[in-house]
Design a protein around this ligand. Structure first.
Ligand code: SF4
Length: 215
């Protein structure tokens, strides 16, 4: 989908002004910790993930630690994050593959990352951008919603949204843009009650009037 370049420039200027240094809200100090935190973050909040990983990362420091533990014990350690049975399965499967195929290290290529159990493009791009500084667009629930509301895509499928955004947004901006949209989704463009009247995008956003009229 082609989007007007002047509109994109205005959008990026506003995002830079509002969110000059956007970073992921997840706490981590190694690529492995970022990978684990991102897998756990599905259907949860960053606040809960940071609470859980604060203790988790003291006990599980490397892939081997996830492999040698009993699944029920790991499930109990991550229970607060929700969907803990599936997540425990992913963490164990992912750790096993890191050991068998990548010498226990987190790879820095998209195709390698998405070969890991429980890792999709969203998680892979999050790790690539967040730790390795390799450009990628993270299409999480906020980016999906905002890309549609801001008229940057008409797609609902995350992979197709990612492709549309990769065409409209300059590559060097991909990491920053994803983080900025996530912060904007949390601050103003909230799923159920977007704060259009206070939003710095209200003059240019194609959904502002539509949504305000509905509220
Ligand atoms: S104007 Fe409303 S719909 Fe548009 S980005 Fe802002 S909060 Fe979201």
């Amino acid at each position: 989908m082609q989007v007007d370049k002047k509109y994109i420039s205005k959008l990026l200027r506003i995002l830079d002004k509002e969110y000059p240094e956007p970073k992921t809200a997840l706490n981590y100090s190694t690529p492995f910790e970022l990978l684990i935190a991102t897998i756990l973050s599905a259907q949860s909040t960053d606040k809960i993930i940071n609470q859980v990983t604060k203790e988790l990362f003291k006990k599980y420091k490397k892939p081997e630690d996830f492999v040698k533990v009993k699944k029920v014990e790991l499930e109990s350690d991550i229970k607060k994050t929700g969907f803990f049975r599936n997540k425990a399965k992913s963490l164990i499967g992912c750790s096993k593959k890191l050991i068998s195929d990548f010498n226990g290290n987190v790879p820095d290529k998209l195709e390698d990352l998405i070969s890991l159990p429980g890792v999709g493009r969203k998680t892979a791009n999050c790790v690539l951008g967040g730790y390795f500084g390799i450009p990628g667009i993270v299409v999480d629930t906020h980016v999906k919603r905002l890309a549609n509301r801001l008229g940057l895509t008409e797609e609902k499928n995350p992979e197709k949204i990612e492709k549309d955004l990769m065409v409209s947004i300059p590559r060097k901006r991909w990491i920053r843009f994803s983080n900025q949209l996530i912060w904007h989704g949390r601050t103003f463009c909230i799923a159920r009650k977007p704060k259009c009247s206070e939003c710095p995008m209200k003059k240019i956003c194609p959904s502002a009037f539509k949504i305000q009229g509905r509220l």
